[in-house]
Design a protein around this ligand. Structure first.
Ligand code: GUN
Length: 312
């Protein structure tokens, strides 16, 4: 029997534990605050940010949402970030990526106070992660680590193949999983679009993490028996283009009425035949990314106020 890893349930457990940490902070007069900044009219980005704000409300984090006209000059974004950096009620700041082309995203990441960097994307925080002393673990990689733990898969000594080398997932996840620490100690191979013979690499893996943004790239023929498969992909696929075989429909996050559905980077049906454990899309990694953002916000609030909070 293949274990279908239920990211919604694991995320709910983390949110519930975080609720207790938030109570501890509130008892000391501190309400954790997360500011989200959206400078885009991309519908997917709008949806992600509104879900993050809804999560804040549900767990008792003070969510502050700021929208900036995508055509506005860069200064407007930097001034907003400066104000949030100075605001003692804001403990975490997130600028939703991607930003418009006239904005330098690296400069944006550096403008955020590293101690409020709830994404863990500031170069100082990237450096701390690579050095083995993470301050904020980036949310998706941290969520993947928690999902492996929940499925009883200890990465120690295992061959992990990550397909995708992004700054948001592939690179930080590789760094997390090679750490000499609990939840790490794996042997990690990072594959990407220029990798020769990708199937030969993925077939050698005990754990495959698909994070390349190519719908259903990884199928069962590329996997060995008993593998654990973590699918980070969230691809909006036109329903009209999508054949019914091999697609997943999990109605409460996909939206057929809008003419698209969400599929991962893994062909779920064929991969499930090989895997001992696999995450679905939606309902796998996505809810974990959001839960770990709340985690980083609570951690930031504790550190900025000197209040000891237990974290799940
Ligand atoms: N865009 C897609 N994923 C993310 C994320 O994790 N953080 C931010 N800030 N933007 C994103």
């Amino acid at each position: 029997m293949t274990d279908i890893i239920d990211g919604r349930a694991v995320a709910e457990g983390i949110r519930s534990d975080l609720g207790e940490s938030i109570e501890t902070l509130k008892a000391e007069g501190v309400t954790p605050g997360l500011a989200t900044v959206l400078m885009s009219d991309d519908p997917a980005s709008e949806t992600y940010v509104s879900m993050k704000q809804r999560d804040c409300e549900e767990v008792g984090i003070n969510g502050i949402h700021i929208e900036i006209d995508p055509e506005a000059p860069a200064e407007e974004l930097y001034d907003t970030i400066d104000d949030l950096n100075e605001d003692p009620d804001v403990h975490g700041i997130l600028v939703q990526m991607p930003v418009p082309d006239h904005i330098d995203s690296q400069k944006v990441l550096r403008a955020i106070d590293a101690e409020k960097d709830a994404d863990g994307f500031h170069p100082e925080n990237v450096g701390m992660l690579v050095a083995g002393h993470p301050r904020f673990k980036p949310c998706t990689p941290h969520g993947v680590q928690k999902l492996l733990e929940s499925a009883g898969v200890d990465p120690e000594g295992k061959d992990v193949v990550i397909v995708g080398r992004s700054n948001i997932v592939g690179k930080p996840l590789a760094n997390l999983l090679i750490q000499k620490a609990e939840g790490g100690n794996a042997t990690v191979t990072v594959c990407h679009s220029r990798t020769d013979d990708l199937p030969a690499k993925t077939r050698e893996a005990d754990v495959v993490v698909a994070a390349c943004g190519v719908p259903e790239l990884i199928d069962g023929s590329m996997l060995s028996e008993g593998v654990t498969v973590i699918d980070v992909g969230v691809n909006r696929v036109d329903v009209a283009e999508q054949s019914s075989a091999g697609s997943q429909t999990d109605s409460d996050e996909s939206d057929n009425e809008k003419g698209y559905e969400l599929v991962g980077d893994v062909d779920f049906e064929s991969a499930k035949e090989k895997a001992s454990a696999i995450t679905p899309v939606p309902g796998g990694v996505g809810p974990m990314t959001r839960a770990m953002l709340l985690y980083n916000t609570v951690k930031a609030a504790g550190e900025q106020t000197g209040i000891d909070v237990e974290l799940p």
